[in-house]
Design a protein around this ligand. Structure first.
Ligand SMILES: *Cc1c(COP(=O)(O)O)cnc(C)c1O
Length: 394
């Protein structure tokens, strides 16, 4: 064990399961550890490093902005903030943006917005319907929104106002809807829950139901947004216009930033009701502006669709070759490989040894969420390593 891992064990609060690698440097889809070993990175900071590690466009934007102005508070107007929100609005179906610092925080704000909407338009309705196997964050109310017992049980009692129902089953939402319901909050594809892809018409049907009841459709696009599924936003693939979306992860190209985007009619919060000290600061906004601008100008989404299909085809080949692999699913560059037994841990360790970083999303599954800019030869290398690892394990 390296010195740094020993010190972590002594000083860091032990809340996360880490793999025994200390990363010191990254470039594109590659990273290096403190021993000088190189890895191909299919984790990408948990779907955060959309343009790969230390992309020049992002690095330059951060460096330049750091020399000019870093933090002002939202008491004042700043230019990078306005540039970012204009870019996001002009490339989406939403009308306004609120900026914060993480995904959880974006979802918290979205739920506050939904409750205010309920007070103003739905006779005080406050309940938000969310899905089992979802992931919405780690604060107490986002744990209540996250329909997974392992995230909820240790922290009971949970805040009220969240109803968890089956994902991809309209009837479940219908029967949970009452006069207390103000919103439905769903991921277009469930990420942390195991890359669960809903039926093509699911979100459309949910949209129709929300319209019928006058309640808000809020999509948690923290993982699916900013190109991950092969379109700038995940909702574009399902032919729906949500009232609210939340963003974070890939938005900043590596720096912590989150966003709530809403249709004009859903903007129920008024001055003084929500805010943030760091949210929308010039530094992170400059990084996010550079990231999103690059993705749009270089049509990175098109590349994600092509590279994603190429990767999934390759993984399908491995599924045919090895009985251990039972299923491969994905959209764009959010991909999962499932096994007939709980081989996720063994697979991860073996990949690590051969220089490939992956995420064990469930005991029996690996999730791949590489930089959106990953090259074909890097995908080939990843497939080659997975092939060798599978050959050893079977
Ligand atoms: C990661 C994630 C979150 C939480 O984001 P943080 O930035 O870790 O707070 C919420 N929702 C989804 C869908 C996520 O993938």
């Amino acid at each position: 064990m390296s010195k740094w891992q020993e010190l972590e064990g002594k000083y860091y609060m032990q809340t996360v399961n880490r793999v025994p690698v200390t990363l010191v440097r990254g470039e594109g889809a590659r990273v290096w550890d403190d021993q000088g070993k190189e890895y191909l990175d299919l984790v990408a900071g948990w779907a955060v490093n959309s343009l790969g590690h230390c992309h020049p466009a992002v690095v330059e934007a951060i460096a330049e902005q750091a020399r000019i102005l870093i933090q002002t508070s939202n008491q004042f107007f700043t230019i990078p903030q306005v540039q970012l929100v204009q870019l996001l609005v002009e490339n989406s179906c939403l009308d306004r943006v609120f900026l914060c610092n993480s995904g959880t925080e974006a979802n918290e704000g979205a739920v506050k917005l939904a409750r205010r909407y309920g007070q103003l338009h739905l006779k005080g309705a406050y309940e938000v319907i969310t899905a089992f196997n979802s992931f919405h964050g780690r604060t107490l109310s986002m744990v209540a929104a996250t329909g997974q017992a392992k995230h909820q049980k240790p922290f009971e009692p949970l805040p009220a106002g969240f109803i968890n129902v089956d994902y991809n089953r309209l009837e479940a939402i219908k029967s949970a809807t009452t006069e207390k319901t103000c919103a439905v909050l769903l991921e277009p594809v469930q990420g942390e829950g195991g890359v669960n892809i809903p039926d093509e018409d699911y979100l459309q049907k949910v949209r129709e139901w929300c319209d019928e009841k006058g309640i808000l459709l809020m999509l948690d696009e923290i993982q699916t947004g900013i190109g991950r599924l092969g379109t700038l936003f995940g909702y574009e693939q399902y032919g729906v216009e949500p009232d609210v979306i939340t963003l974070a992860k890939g938005l900043g190209g590596g720096v912590p930033i989150g966003a709530i985007m809403a249709k004009e009619g859903a903007c129920a919060l008024v001055p003084g009701e929500h805010g943030s000290t760091f949210g929308g600061n010039p530094l992170t906004c400059a990084a996010a502006y550079a990231t999103v601008k690059y993705i749009i100008e270089h049509d990175v989404c098109r590349q994600v669709r092509k590279a994603g299909q190429y990767f999934i085809d390759g993984l399908e080949g491995l599924r045919m070759k090895y009985d251990l692999v039972t299923e491969v699913r994905g959209r764009g560059l959010l991909v999962v490989m499932e096994f007939s037994r709980d081989a996720g841990g063994e697979m991860l360790d073996a990949c690590l040894e051969k220089g490939l970083l992956v995420n064990r999303v469930k005991p029996n599954a690996l999730r791949f969420m590489p930089p959106l800019t990953i090259e074909y030869d890097e995908i080939d290398r990843a497939l080659g390593i997975l092939d060798r690892v599978l050959a050893d394990i079977v």
